[in-house]
Write a protein of this length. Structure first.
Length: 572
C-alpha cells in the first residue's frame, strides 16, 4: 500500500507556490499604466481635408480629419480611460482661411473642447509675432510649455509660459517638458525679442529638476522634428517618451498603410535606447488632424517602461470619390473601400460630433463667403506658358512669403488652370493651386540646384515629350534650356538674380536657400535631389495658395511676367 511521502515537504512546496503567486500579483499591481493621446501640426485644419488614397490600383478620394471627427475619437478613447493624457506637439495655427480670417481664435476653442492637457509652441505660433500669442494662451484652458524659449524680454509673455507641467494621472505624477525648434527665427516671420536656447541642454536641466522632486515618468513634448527627437533621446538621460511634431512624420505599419497608398516613414512608435540605456519611445502624429496617436504604457516602480501597446486612428469620413464619381453607400465598390480601410487597422470611418459641427458652422459660412471675394484684377489673360501665366507669379509669391530664400522652384503640375482677364476671387485661386501644399525652405549647393533642374526637365520630357509649356516655374533664377542636348546637359548659364536685376553665375559649392512646395520637397516630379539633400530643410507651414493670395492682394492688378527666366536655345 502506497503511503503519502513527506507531508512536511508537500506543505513547504505549497507555501512556495503560494508565495510565488502572491509575488506575481504584487508585481502586477505595482505596475503603473496610463494612456497617452496626441496630435501635432494641425495647422488650422478645422474642417476635414480631401486626400487621395490608392486602393487596388485606383485613386479614391476620402475626407480625413476635421475637429468634429477628432472629438468623436477622443470621447471614445476617454470612455475607456477617463484620465488619459491629451497632448499637442505645436503648430496649431497657420495653413487655412480659418487662420487668415479669425486670427487663430477658433483653433484654441476646439482644443478646449477636446479637453487638451498641454501643448508646446510650434514655430508657426510666432507667425504673427509675439504680440498675438498672449490672447491665444489666455483663451486656452490648458498650459503652453517650452523649456528652451526665453520670454524674459517680452513681458506680456514672460509670466504665461512654464517649462514643464506635472500632471497626476491615476494617482501618480507624470511630467511633461515642452521644447521648440531652435530654427524658429529662421522659419517664421518674426519672433521679437524672444530667444531660443539649445533644446537638449534646456531639457537636461528640467529633467534634473524633476528627478530631484522624485518624478520618474517624464515626457518631452517636442516641436523639433522626428530626427531631432531621436537625437534628443540619445543625448538626454531620464526621458521616457518623446511626443513630437514639426516634421509631419507619418508613422505606422508599412504593410498595412500601403493598402491605402500611404507610405509611413517609420514605425509607430519608434523604440530607442536613451542616453542612460533605458527604453525611450518616440511618437508623432503626421499632420492636419489626419492622425490621432494613442499609446498605452506600463511603468515599473522605478519609472522604466516595461510594456506598451498602441492604437492610433486615422479618422475618415463616410463619402468617397473614385474615378471622379461619387461612390454610393451600399454598393459593392463602397463596401470594398470600407473593407480596405478596415484592413489597415488604423484608418477608421468616424461620425462627426454634432456639437463640434454646430460650433464650426458660423466660421465655415464666413470662409465660404470669403471664397467669392475679389482679391486682385488680371489686366490680361494669364495663360500658362514657359515664362507666363500664374506660374511665375506663384514662384514670385513664394519668395515674397519667405524673404530669406534666394530661389523659388515650383513644379509644373502645381498650377492647374489659367486666370482670365478680370476679377480674381479667392475661389479662383484655390482652383489654380488646389493642393494645400506648404512652403518648405531647403539649402541646396549650386551643384544640387543644377541637378534638381536637370532631373525635373528629364522627368517632364519623359512624361510629356519636349513640350516647352510643361517646364517648372522659377523665381530668382535665370537659365538657358537646350532641349536637344543629352540628359544632364540641358541646363546652361544658370544664374541667381536679385530684384534689382543683377545676376551672378551659380557656384557649384556655394549654398543657396531655396523655397519649394512640400510636393517638390518630397521628391515629386523628379526632384529627388531636393528630397535627399543633407542640408537645412524646414517646412514653414505656410500654404502655397495663401502666399499667392497675399502677393496678388498686394499687387492689386497683375499681368504676365515679361522676365525671360528660362531661355530656350535653338536646336543644333
Amino acid at each position: 500500500m502506497l503511503q503519502p511521502c513527506c507531508p512536511g515537504r508537500s506543505l513547504r512546496l505549497l507555501l512556495l507556490v503560494l508565495s510565488l503567486l502572491l509575488a506575481a500579483c504584487s508585481n502586477q499591481s505595482s505596475r503603473y499604466q496610463f494612456t497617452l493621446v496626441h496630435m501635432n501640426d494641425t495647422h488650422s485644419h478645422l474642417e476635414p481635408v480631401a486626400v487621395n488614397l490608392a486602393m487596388q490600383g485606383e485613386t479614391v478620394t476620402a475626407q480625413l480629419g476635421g475637429f468634429a471627427r477628432l472629438k468623436t475619437v477622443v470621447d471614445q478613447m476617454r470612455a475607456e480611460d477617463r484620465e488619459l493624457l491629451l497632448l499637442h506637439g505645436g503648430d496649431v495655427v497657420q495653413g487655412t482661411l480659418y487662420f487668415t480670417l479669425f486670427n487663430g481664435l477658433p483653433e484654441f476653442d476646439f482644443l478646449n473642447l477636446l479637453g487638451l492637457d498641454a501643448m508646446t509652441f510650434g514655430n508657426h505660433e510666432f507667425d504673427r509675432g509675439p504680440e498675438a500669442i498672449p490672447a491665444w494662451i489666455k483663451r486656452s484652458r490648458f498650459p503652453w510649455l517650452s523649456a528652451n524659449i526665453d520670454f524674459s524680454a517680452e513681458p506680456a509673455l514672460a509670466g504665461l509660459v512654464k517649462p514643464y507641467l506635472i500632471k497626476e494621472v491615476h494617482g501618480e505624477k507624470i511630467a511633461i517638458i515642452g521644447v521648440t525648434t531652435e530654427t524658429t527665427p529662421q522659419t517664421t516671420m518674426q519672433v521679437g525679442k524672444v530667444v531660443f536656447n539649445d533644446a537638449a541642454e534646456s531639457v537636461r536641466k528640467q529633467v534634473a529638476v524633476l528627478e530631484g522632486m522624485g518624478v520618474n515618468k517624464i515626457i518631452v513634448l517636442s516641436h523639433l522634428g522626428y530626427q531631432q527627437d531621436r537625437e534628443l533621446a540619445a543625448k538626454v538621460a531620464g526621458i521616457d517618451i518623446v511626443v513630437g511634431g514639426h516634421s509631419h512624420t507619418l508613422m505606422g505599419d508599412e504593410s498595412l498603410l500601403l493598402k491605402i497608398g500611404l507610405l509611413p516613414e517609420t514605425v509607430y512608435p519608434t523604440e530607442l535606447k536613451g542616453a542612460d540605456g533605458k527604453r525611450v519611445l518616440v511618437l508623432q502624429a503626421w499632420q492636419w488632424g489626419h492622425f490621432l496617436g494613442r499609446l498605452q504604457a506600463a511603468f515599473s516602480p522605478d519609472g522604466e517602461i516595461e510594456q506598451y501597446s498602441h492604437a492610433a486612428v486615422i479618422p475618415t469620413g463616410t463619402s468617397f470619390v473614385r474615378n471622379d464619381q461619387v461612390v454610393q453607400p451600399g454598393t459593392a465598390a463602397y463596401q470594398t473601400i470600407t473593407a480596405t480601410l478596415e484592413r489597415t487597422g488604423i484608418a477608421r470611418i468616424v461620425a462627426e460630433d454634432p456639437q463640434s459641427v454646430a460650433m464650426l458652422a458660423p466660421y465655415g459660412q464666413k470662409v465660404a463667403a470669403y471664397r467669392t471675394v475679389a482679391i486682385a484684377t488680371a489686366a490680361e489673360d494669364l495663360v500658362r506658358g514657359l515664362n507666363s501665366g500664374p506660374g511665375p507669379l506663384a514662384a514670385d509669391s513664394m519668395l515674397a512669403a519667405v524673404p530669406r530664400a534666394q530661389v523659388a522652384i515650383l513644379n509644373y503640375g502645381g498650377i492647374r488652370r489659367d486666370l482670365l482677364r478680370g476679377k480674381i476671387s479667392a475661389g479662383d485661386l484655390l482652383e489654380v493651386m488646389p493642393f494645400n501644399n506648404s512652403l518648405v525652405l531647403v539649402d541646396l549647393t549650386g551643384a544640387e540646384l543644377k541637378q534638381a533642374l536637370e532631373d525635373t526637365v528629364a522627368f517632364l520630357i519623359t512624361k510629356f515629350g519636349k513640350d516647352l509649356l510643361t517646364m517648372p516655374y522659377v523665381a530668382g533664377l535665370h537659365f538657358s534650356l537646350h532641349m536637344s542636348a543629352d540628359k544632364g546637359a540641358r541646363i546652361t548659364k544658370l544664374q541667381i538674380c536679385t530684384g534689382n536685376g543683377r545676376c551672378n553665375a551659380v557656384e557649384p559649392t556655394a549654398v543657396y536657400r531655396t523655397v519649394v512646395n512640400s510636393f517638390v520637397a518630397k521628391g515629386g516630379d523628379g526632384f529627388g535631389v531636393i528630397k535627399a539633400t543633407a542640408g537645412f530643410k524646414s517646412d514653414t507651414g505656410m500654404i502655397d495658395s495663401d502666399a499667392m493670395r497675399d502677393y496678388l492682394q498686394k499687387l492689386g492688378t497683375v499681368r504676365n511676367s515679361t522676365e525671360q527666366r528660362i531661355s530656350v536655345l535653338p536646336a543644333n
